[in-house]
Design a protein around this ligand. Structure first.
Ligand code: MN
Length: 232
């Protein structure tokens, strides 16, 4: 636990903070949970059965979230994929949260990308090893400003699209999620104690593909506006 009055043995690492749209306030990030295969068409394109089996999650690090609009092409890969996702930011948490009250814990929503070193992820999958090396690297989660529920309401339907250099790559609707946002919160809270500052990436529609340096990714989710991320 940190305390502003403590003296630290080394320089204190920076807290990851995200801008809140229409405000001078910042959203502090605690943990990042990411659901896998949560749109049926994407599960199929990755070679899996889209039936409603139990959800599964992996994690990124808080400081992998990057609101800069720039995605530095990462090392040790030649196959980096875009996955547009709606990010859910929690203002509170707890354990064993009921589906019916789960949305009470949501502060807001944001545009996000779950950038993936697909070649490295594929090797790890084949070996039955953890995915972090493919998922949880520097700037692996470009993210837009946080739109408070008070401004945009709760988002459970509407178009989610990603264009690369103007070409439509990913297209879906938030209502195609296999596990809805309240179900994701409830499920996670059975296994972890959730808290304000936690972020959930809620899955990607089909059409994931590779990017190259110089590409421009245009994210669009109905109700959250647009954001451009350039691969550098
Ligand atoms: Mn994803």
């Amino acid at each position: 636990m940190t305390d502003d009055k403590m003296d630290f043995a080394i320089e204190r690492p920076a807290l990851t903070v995200l801008p809140v749209a229409g405000s001078d306030l910042m959203f502090p990030v605690r943990r990042v949970y990411c659901i896998g295969r949560n749109y049926a068409a994407h599960a199929i394109e990755m070679g899996h059965d889209p039936d409603r089996e139990d959800p599964f999650f992996f994690q990124k690090n808080a400081d992998n979230l990057d609101p800069s609009g720039r995605f530095p092409y990462p090392p040790k890969t030649s196959d980096v994929h875009h996955e547009i996702e709606m990010a859910v930011m929690l203002k509170s948490g707890g354990r064993d949260i009921a589906v019916e009250s789960a949305l009470d814990h949501v502060f807001g929503y944001a545009l996000a990308l779950d950038m993936t070193r697909r070649d490295l992820q594929g090797i790890q999958k084949k070996l039955g090893r953890p995915w972090e090396i493919g998922k949880a690297f520097e700037s692996s989660a470009p993210v837009g400003p946080v739109h408070p529920v008070a401004e945009v309401g709760h988002l459970d339907e509407g178009a989610i699209t990603l264009r690369v250099n103007g070409d439509l790559r990913q297209e879906g609707d938030l209502n195609q999620m296999i596990w809805k946002v309240p179900e994701q919160i409830a499920y996670l809270s059975e296994y972890y104690e959730l808290a304000g500052g936690d972020v959930i990436l809620s899955g990607t529609p089909s059409g994931v593909a590779a990017v190259e340096r110089g590409d421009t990714m245009e994210l669009d989710i109905a109700g959250l506006g647009q954001m451009t991320v350039t691969v550098v």
